[in-house]
Ligand binder design. Structure first.
Ligand code: N2P
Length: 417
């Protein structure tokens, strides 16, 4: 179908266009919604997500899918796909629908750190068929030869990908040979509106000042501060705050960022990259430097619990990291056909939109105004407008020496030494 595009009035930069064909797409309605079991990297173990079989409905589902959406329906393949994804990064009904439509079972494991994924990929024989590295990790993992090129003939839904995002991804994966974007987001500030106001007074939480001025973060210490356990997210934020290049390779810049982080270290209760989603929602912590969609999910969870907790997410005005998380197939993946089937499924317009609606992250497809909830599409902290976009920076793969220095400093910061 012709991908004529119309510019949404608010998205007045070259990046944001919404396709006219979106008007023809019909969203899939899930019959039930339940929360994914919370799994941390430490609890990993395969989950067999084969749903109850619905043989009588299957032909109908296939027929509806092929009539309504104009996308190809994968053949009934069967088999298994081993999917290793970030925690809190899937709507479980998406995997159930995939299995129902394709007969392919999904064994699903999660991680909450690129380093964990990288260790497995570099060791080889991970047993995974689809993995989700962030752009700058993808870049060096491609160089290390750990992925198999995508067979694009098996991925018709690549046509749905947003050319602007594909282009950005190509800075990590030249010619987009190895990966397709799944979701993208930002690293910013999540906060409990009431508790933050009580601690800080009526100030706008729109600056890294709240994090990096020790006297500010100290005010939040008692209600609970978490920070991502990710040097690749926190170090660049500190560099940017100091007016330095978040991609610097100058060792003395990293020393300066580390010195800044040491000063706020006493106010951080925990460095952890997935626990905050839950404890921010319950009110056990009041502040986090975390990932946009996880904080959005926390917000939703608190609202659903009607526990009086209101969560805000802010992209600090000094600028924040924009990251791209991507679907790729390890070179030694045991189930290559099933891996392609899963990737293609995740790129379907209605499935990607469903994921975004559930996760609060923007996806790699051209935004579809008919399928993505308007409150998400109009949320400039999820789909940034031109002025927000101009403040976002991206990270590129570091040379080994810089990466080692950063990791060494990070360990020192975390242990408070
Ligand atoms: C999902 C976190 C993904 C963002 N929980 C990290 N790149």
């Amino acid at each position: 179908m012709a991908a004529a595009t119309a510019v949404l009035p608010r998205f007045n930069n070259a990046l944001f266009h919404v396709p006219v064909w979106a008007a023809h797409a019909i969203p899939i309605r899930s019959t039930h919604r339940r929360r994914p079991p919370r799994r941390h990297a430490s609890q990993n173990g395969p989950i067999n997500r084969m749903p109850a079989r619905l043989p009588g409905l299957l032909p109908l589902v296939v027929l509806v899918a092929s009539v309504c959406c104009g996308t190809s329906v994968p053949a009934q393949q069967g088999g298994t796909v081993n999917f290793y994804n970030w925690s809190d990064y899937i709507d479980p009904t998406v995997l159930e629908t995939f299995t129902r439509e394709t007969g392919i079972k999904v064994r699903y494991d999660t991680f909450d750190s690129n380093d964990t994924l990288e260790t497995k990929l570099l060791a080889g024989k991970s047993g995974y068929d689809v993995v989700v590295p962030t752009g700058y990790f993808l870049e060096r993992q491609i160089k290390a030869g750990v992925f198999r090129p995508l067979d694009k003939t098996k991925l018709p839904n690549l046509a749905n990908q947003w050319p602007e995002i594909t282009k950005r991804l190509a800075t990590y994966d030249p010619d987009n040979r190895y990966a397709a974007n799944y979701m993208w987001g930002t690293t910013g500030i999540g906060y409990n509106v009431g508790k933050a106001r009580a601690a800080l007074g009526d100030v706008q939480i729109d600056s890294w000042d709240i994090v990096f001025k020790p006297e500010n973060l100290a005010r939040l210490k008692d209600c609970g501060v978490h920070m991502l356990d990710s040097a690749d997210d926190i170090m660049p934020a500190a560099l940017r705050y100091l007016g330095l290049d978040p991609n610097t390779t100058d060792a003395s810049d990293y020393e300066k960022a580390a010195a800044l982080l040491q000063k706020i270290r006493p106010s951080v209760r925990k460095f952890h990259s997935s626990e905050y989603l839950n404890v921010l929602a319950t009110g056990e912590i009041c502040f986090v430097v975390g990932w946009s969609g996880d904080i959005k999910q926390s917000q939703k969870r608190a609202a659903e619990a009607k526990n009086g907790v209101e969560i805000g997410y802010s992209i600090p005005k000094e600028g924040a990291q924009m990251f791209f998380d991507n679907l790729a197939i390890p070179k030694d993946a045991p189930n290559v056909a099933q891996a392609h089937a899963l990737i293609d499924f995740l790129l379907k317009s209605e499935i990607a939109a469903k994921s975004t609606n559930y996760l609060g992250y923007a996806n790699g497809n051209t935004p579809n105004a008919q399928l993505i909830k308007s409150e998400i599409l109009n949320d400039t902290t999820v789909y940034p407008d031109a002025s927000t976009m101009s403040r976002l920076y991206t990270i590129s793969a570091k040379d080994q020496k810089t990466q080692r220095l950063m990791n060494r400093l990070w360990t020192r910061i975390k242990t408070g030494r």
